[in-house]
Ligand binder design. Sequence first.
Ligand SMILES: Nc1ncnc2c1ncn2[C@@H]1O[C@H](COP(=O)(O)OP(=O)(O)O)[C@@H](O)[C@H]1O
Ligand SMILES: [Mg+2]
Length: 253
Amino acid sequence: MSKIISVHSFRGGTGKSNSTANLATLMAARGMRVGVIDTDIQSPGVHVLFRLEPDEMHHTLNDYLWGNCNIEQAAHDVTEKVGMPASSKGRVFLVPSSVKSRDIVRILREGYDMGLLNDGFQRLIELMKLDVLIIDTHPGVGEETLLSIAMSDAMLLILRPDQQDFQGTAVTVEVARQLDIPKMLLMVNKTPTSYDFKDVQKLVERSYDCTVAAVLPHSDEMMTLASSGVFVLRYPKHTITQSYNHVVDQLLS
Ligand SMILES: Nc1ncnc2c1ncn2[C@@H]1O[C@H](COP(=O)(O)OP(=O)(O)O)[C@@H](O)[C@H]1O
Ligand SMILES: [Mg+2]
């Protein structure tokens, strides 16, 4: 089973953070202990989906990288916040990145120790007894991207049906292949509903010689939810929820 799963895209706004939150929630609903770590230090956001307010973040990934706390101290149990029952056996622990401007500027200016990030992943899995750790990343191919791909058992690479995404995704696919990632899945998001989804899937699979785990529509419900919560809990019977469940099956198989 994949322990560390990284969620990537070449360009921003593709749906990484929303997908991370939804996949993590579905896994927790299956009784798993799930860690989510926001390595998008320059533009953090996945905490918003879990309804964790900045003033509730007692420690962040930044604090850990500066040596001010242990990684487990930065892990927040967001299971109930997101709307799952307190009795739930599955849990979601979120390590958020700071949204304070001076924290972001400082970490960008000073950089940080990549080895520490790597150690943090392992320690978090061990100490929090995680079944799976999902890494939400910054778009493109940066240093953290390379590290998280190299560390992962599986990668979910998200793209929109857009020419810029198509070109950029080829770059990430190539990098992932060079780093020998054990499992790579593509997910097409924000597909216009007028498209033939089977055709889109075939075209993308053929272009990258890689499995497409799901083709998700551009959804008005998702836009209206506007990252204020987790879609699969709000719309448990929606086709998007079914698709996310299908992605979970493939990531965990
Ligand atoms: N399938 C979808 N249909 C419509 N809007 C979507 C869909 N997936 C994500 N979005 C919206 O796109 C925006 C960017 O999503 P986000 O998950 O933050 O992307 P990323 O983390 O890749 O930058 C958000 O406003 C989100 O609500
Ligand atoms: Mg994001």
